[in-house]
Design a protein around this ligand. Structure first.
Ligand code: NAP
Ligand code: HSE
Length: 465
């Protein structure tokens, strides 16, 4: 057996520190500075170099901060202090919004600086130009923090699952909405109280309408579709429904049927479609998720993504989706890639590959089971007429219940004389069929209020996890 030789030792030449220009010192920016200080020793041992914040851009330098200004860093209101400083290697953009942030990132890339951002709204709106510029300059554009906070879904799709054909993605992509729905469901908080609490805890966007209208989840979904299939599916082309209309009585009804209401983002290629043909069903909406599924147990500000690939099978990633430290954890992961000198591979596809367009599948090719709540007149023949309209549109009923919600005022007190709620769970039916049936029901003489309907994630459409 050959004798083992001791490894050649070379004198340690300390790598120069990686200097950051931090734009934004709010929830995520301050958490990043705090973790950089707290985990200094681990970071140095993993990268072999120090990572320091050199300049911090804010609007108001006098504002009290959640974290002390790091030693040696200076606070500024001048973007040029970051962009024109040749010592700064990385711009970390954590201000949010499209205009100022977009301009900062463009100028940073043009001046040869790597960029790390958590700004999903910007990447969903203007990602093509930004990713192209980063690719032309061979620079990092890290955005792990832009989707699902601490969950490493970007690198999972870009790297770990790169050998798979991805069949579907489904997830809880917005921490604020999940927190609000959990608080309404578990603690009986009302919507406005729960939203205020989400804002106080730093989960919500500066404009919380982006969260509650489902747009933030749609921004994230368009980024995931780009990574999973190399397809461009503008979030503006997706059906997007937020949670503002989710009534406490539907949350209670769902529980009685054995479900939880969650805001979900979903994407899958249609039957017979490929990444080349691009026929895809994708969107964001509140849905009833069966309590046997892991997704139904994702609570508070947590997010989760379930990916189905043809080799990996089903994968479930779960973790904190919003808040300063979890988001800063992902920002830091991208900064560490840069510190280690990894090659940039921002989109997971060759630099010059054009994104192909996704084509939304027509409504008669999109299927789901449904929950439908009707307020109907309490008289003979109504159930027959309702089931007739559903049958005419190829909708088969799985379960039907006729009952008052104990916590809601009786229908009579709401000015709806002789009315009762009818709750229907259907088998899988097309979006086109359900929309047509709901129009017919709404126009009928026996339905007294606009019908409420949500998708259902049940055993027939989501496997078992
Ligand atoms: P935030 O708490 O509102 O902080 C924003 C920071 O940016 C503040 O320090 C603010 O300065 C600064 N800023 C805003 N506009 C500016 C301008 N025009 N010029 C200079 N500075 C400006 O926001 P955040 O929650 O940290 O979010 C930052 C980014 O991370 C957003 O893109 C957001 O979507 C994303 N994100 C947030 C979370 C989360 O859980 N919060 C999670 C994932 C991703 P002042 O302090 O002086 O006002
Ligand atoms: N406002 C976002 C959310 C922050 O609630 O999910 C994380 O992206």
């Amino acid at each position: 057996m050959p004798e083992l030789q001791p490894p050649l030792s070379c004198p340690a030449i300390p790598a120069p520190p990686l200097l950051l220009g931090l734009a934004g010192f709010g929830t995520v920016g301050a958490a990043l500075a705090a973790i950089l200080e707290k985990n200094k020793a681990e970071i140095l041992s993993r990268t072999g170099r120090e990572i320091r914040i050199k300049s911090i851009l804010t609007r108001d330098p006098a504002k009290p901060r959640a974290c002390p200004i790091p030693l040696g860093a200076h606070l500024t209101t001048q973007a040029d202090d970051l962009l024109l400083d040749p010592e700064i290697n990385v711009l970390v953009e954590l201000i949010g919004g499209a205009d100022t942030a977009g301009e900062l990132i463009r100028r940073a890339l043009e001046s040869g600086k790597n960029v790390v951002t958590a700004n999903k709204a910007l990447l969903a709106e203007r990602g093509n130009a930004i990713f192209s510029l980063a690719a032309e300059r061979n620079l990092h554009l890290g955005y792990e923090a832009a989707v699902c906070g601490a969950i490493p879904i970007i690198r999972t799709l870009r790297a770990s699952l790169a050998g798979n054909h991805i069949e579907s993605l489904i997830g809880i992509l917005n921490g604020t909405c999940n927190f609000i729905l959990s608080e309404m469901s578990e603690r009986n908080l009302d919507f406005a109280q729960a939203l205020r609490e989400a804002q106080r805890l730093g989960y919500a966007e500066a404009d919380p309408e982006l969260d509650i209208e489902g747009l933030d989840a749609a921004h994230k979904l368009s980024l995931l579709i780009r990574l999973a299939w190399g397809l461009e599916y503008p979030y503006t082309d997706m059906p997007v429904q937020g949670i503002a209309g989710v009534a406490p009585r539907d949350i209670r009804n769902a529980r009685e049927f054995g479900y939880r209401i969650k805001l979900i983002g979903y994407a899958r290629l249609g039957a017979g479609e490929s990444a080349e043909t691009g026929g895809m069903e994708a969107g964001v909406c509140p849905a009833l998720v069966h309590e046997n599924f892991l997704l139904s147990r994702v609570e508070g500000p947590y997010n989760a993504v379930r990916v189905e690939g043809n080799a990996c099978g089903s994968l479930f990633l779960h973790g904190k989706g919003a808040g300063g430290p979890p988001t800063a954890s992902s920002v830091l992961a991208d900064i560490l890639d840069i510190a280690r000198g990894d090659n940039p591979n921002n989109t997971g596809f060759p630099l010059r590959r054009q994104l192909l367009p996704a084509h939304p599948l027509p409504d008669d090719r999109c299927f789901s089971p449904w929950y439908i709540r009707l307020t109907v007149r309490d008289c003979p023949g109504v159930l027959r007429d309702v089931s007739g309209i559903l049958a005419d549109n190829d909708i088969s009923i799985a379960e039907v219940t006729q009952k008052e919600d104990a916590a809601s005022p009786p229908a009579a007190e709401q000015g709806l004389l002789d009315c009762i709620p009818l709750l229907i769970m259907t088998h899988s039916s097309s979006v086109a069929g359900v929309q047509k049936a709901l129009r017919a029901l709404e126009n009928s003489s026996f339905v007294q209020e606009p019908p409420v309907h949500y998708r259902v994630l049940g055993r027939s459409n989501v496997g078992t996890s």
